[in-house]
Design a protein around this ligand. Sequence first.
Ligand code: HEC
Length: 159
Amino acid sequence: MCKLCWTSVVVLLLAVVGMGYKFILSGEVVATADGREAIVLEPAERDMVLAEMRQFLVGIQGITEGIVNDDMASVVAAARPLGTATQQGMPGSLVRKLPLGFKQLGFDTHVKFEQLALDAEQLGDGEYALGQLAELMQNCTECHEMYRFETAASLQEAQ
Ligand code: HEC
């Protein structure tokens, strides 16, 4: 057996696992004083994700208003644009900086908005949609408890 070959294989494997961890699982995060992990983004990337967040809030406002007015067409119209199709606009460079847990929660949130729109359309049941919204919003609160966004500049200021 070639000892050197095995050593190289092991070293390479470790490198692959290390890079996989860095690029797929961990993202670009640093610990912060308030207990949340800061995801470090470029200012434009942060603005893009925050704009998406504000769209979530706009959607929730529309959904709840539709439910109280018993106007299920408005519920569908508010929820549908937040489905999984919206995510496809995210550039790969940004996606790589997001930790896996963040991506999973984010994706699941889009899936749930899409399901809510579909069910609102097919069942026309406001009470049911409200239940789905309550469950979906656990993703909002869970993620907000875990993460915040920073830029290289804002991190430096904080020190
Ligand atoms: C995958 C994680 C994640 C999910 C899911 C998530 N958010 Fe956020 N959201 C964040 C982070 C991180 C911030 C930035 C917080 C900070 O930097 O202090 C944020 C910020 C926001 C902001 C502030 C936007 C701004 O312009 O400053 C709003 C509003 C918001 N989220 C609404 C929502 C709503 C509503 C939902 C659920 C439908 C939601 N978010 C789901 C991670 C998430």
